[in-house]
Design a protein around this ligand. Structure first.
Ligand code: GH3
Ligand code: MG
Ligand code: MG
Length: 528
């Protein structure tokens, strides 16, 4: 039982530890996942802020230029010099500071009016390359959008210049898409790359502008500004592998066509390591706590078992009737001590009871319990003392043999030799058997010529041996009657007390049945 209890404590603890490890691993994974999502969402927010800030700036500047009276007048008078003189200082400043990439004024329908990237070139049509300009011509609507123009890919504003509800032309300017890479690098992204669709770059950019893109690495049909992140899929969202997070933002142009992706890489290794460290420490603390509880439970059980052993020792002393070795009753310190004291008291009571019983056995030899003819115990003794004896045997827990015997054909002896000779036979039989048995055995005249023997500490084998010896001794016994010698035989039925016996007579009846068997099997026999 002890083993089972300790084994179940250990198994339960192992299950709890395994569960903690499993749960902690799950927690680590979900916290990492949460962190990844947070970083990703922050990158998206940052992108929106950058985009909106740039857009607001472009819109404001476009509104300022398109509503300028001087510019409108220059348009009305078709006076390029006037426009250049007015705008150039502003353009030079903004261009130098990389705030705008270029600035282009158009006349209807998409004819270059003043191009600050190249002031000498004008009056050419951009209708084919700049569909956004052509669109303004019909819609009169301003727009800020990504676009690959002839000079660069970028975020650009195209604005109508309207005078008295009449469209004079349009302005177009923008910032290079690389500006977004710079912005993300400034806010601590590990690496930022821009993937631009090669087919669009090739189609839209001027040949010598395309040249610089042609030398860039090509990945799945995209030219890559910055490091090429192999394995990533070019679609909106994020990817996470090798402790690296890749936030991918799709860039669409004026017409909704995908022109590329902005890919922001964040190295999450340090953050993940930190998280794992924290959670592992937590797990270790939990397991240590559990082991501590386990130790306490073990100590507690060990204490209980030690106390139970003490109780068991007392019980086994009582069982072996070693009453003198019983410990003394002590002042109780705990509940166990109360049990222990109770048990010692029970032991002492049994001791008294047994000594009382022994005294009573002495009394059994009183004449009231003796048979007048044979001087052995009479039936009354058995009837009155059977329960006491039975209780004593139960306490002792040792085997008890029972023999039931009956003189064969006794009636014939009486009939042949007379009643007195019959009595003599009974006396001789009692004497012979009394000499055979031990002091602690009980020999009882049960009926007329029927006897019972109760043999403490005698199992069925030795009971059988005794019965057989008695049978033989009686068989060879010779009683002198004048000149003649009389022999007789007996039949014996034997048994031993078994746990299911409720009293001594249960066993005696069993022996009687066996005696009956012996009679039926031809007499002068021992049956069990
Ligand atoms: P079985 O072998 O089957 O035992 O036959 P049995 O004749 O021995 O048995 P049965 O019961 O027929 O006879 C028993 C006789 O014992 C009858 C009775 O008169 C006699 N008897 C009983 N008590 C005494 C006694 O105290 N003295 C004498 N002499 N005879 C007794
Ligand atoms: Mg008989
Ligand atoms: Mg009889």
């Amino acid at each position: 039982m002890r083993f089972k209890i300790f084994a179940s404590i250990i198994i339960t603890s192992l299950i709890v530890i395994a569960f903690s490890i499993f749960y902690s691993r799950k927690t680590i994974d979900s916290v990492i996942q949460q962190n990844i999502s947070n970083v990703y969402e922050n990158r998206i927010k940052e992108y929106k802020v950058f985009y909106n800030t740039k857009k607001t700036f472009l819109d404001s500047f476009a509104k300022f230029l398109s509503s300028s009276d001087i510019i409108k007048e220059a348009y009305l008078k078709n006076n390029r010099e006037m426009l250049i003189k007015y705008v150039k200082p502003l353009y030079d400043n903004l261009h130098k500071s990389n705030i705008i990439e270029e600035l282009h004024f158009f006349k209807r329908p998409a004819i270059s009016f003043v191009n600050f990237a190249n002031l000498k070139k004008y009056n050419f049509s951009v209708a084919k390359a700049r569909e956004d300009i052509t669109w303004i011509d019909t819609s009169f609507q301003p727009s800020t959008h990504f676009y690959v123009c002839r000079l660069y890919p970028g975020l650009r504003a195209t604005y109508p210049i309207i005078y008295n509800d009449r469209l004079l032309g349009s302005i177009s300017f923008g910032i290079n898409i690389k500006e977004f890479k710079n912005l993300f690098e400034q806010v601590g992204a590990n690496k930022v790359s821009i993937y631009l669709k090669d087919s669009i770059l090739k189609k839209m950019l001027l040949k010598d502008k395309y040249k610089q893109y042609k030398s860039l690495p090509l990945y799945k049909g995209y030219r890559v500004i910055g490091d090429v992140f192999n394995n990533i899929k070019l679609q909106k969202g994020y990817e996470f592998y090798n402790n690296n997070l890749y936030t991918k933002i799709k860039i669409k142009d004026f017409f909704g066509n995908t022109i590329g992706f902005l890919v922001i890489n964040d190295d999450m290794k340090k953050c993940i390591n930190n998280l794992e460290n924290i959670l592992q420490k937590k797990l270790i603390t939990e397991i240590l706590g559990l082991l501590f509880i386990l130790l306490i439970v073990y100590i507690l059980f060990k204490y209980i078992f030690t106390k139970l052993d003490e109780l068991n020792n007392i019980l086994s002393l009582i069982k072996q009737q070693k009453f003198s070795e019983l410990p003394k009753v002590t002042k109780p310190n705990c509940e166990f001590d109360i049990y222990k004291n109770n048990l010692i008291n029970v032991g002492q009571k049994i001791k008294t009871y047994i000594s009382l019983l022994s005294q009573k056995v002495e009394e059994y030899s009183d004449k009231a319990y003796k048979d007048g003819l044979t001087n052995i115990f009479n039936r009354r003794f058995l009837e009155e003392k059977a329960d006491e004896l039975f209780t004593k045997f139960n306490i002792n827990h040792t085997p008890v043999g029972i023999i039931m015997l009956d003189i064969d054909n006794f009636k014939k002896i009486n009939d042949t030799y007379g009643h007195n000779i019959g009595d003599l036979v009974l006396i001789n039989l009692a004497k012979t058997i009394s000499n055979e048995i031990r002091k602690e055995d009980f020999f009882i005249r049960y009926g007329g010529e029927e006897f019972v023997l109760v043999l403490p500490n005698s199992d069925i084998e030795s009971t059988f041996k005794i019965a057989e010896k008695i049978r033989k001794d009686i068989e060879s016994l010779k009683i002198n009657i004048g000149s003649k010698q009389l022999s007789f035989t007996i039949s014996l039925g034997i048994t031993e007390i078994i746990p299911s016996d409720e009293n001594l007579f249960d066993a005696i009846n069993r022996a009687d049945k066996n005696l009956y068997k012996a009679k039926n099997n031809g007499k002068n026999k021992v049956e069990l």
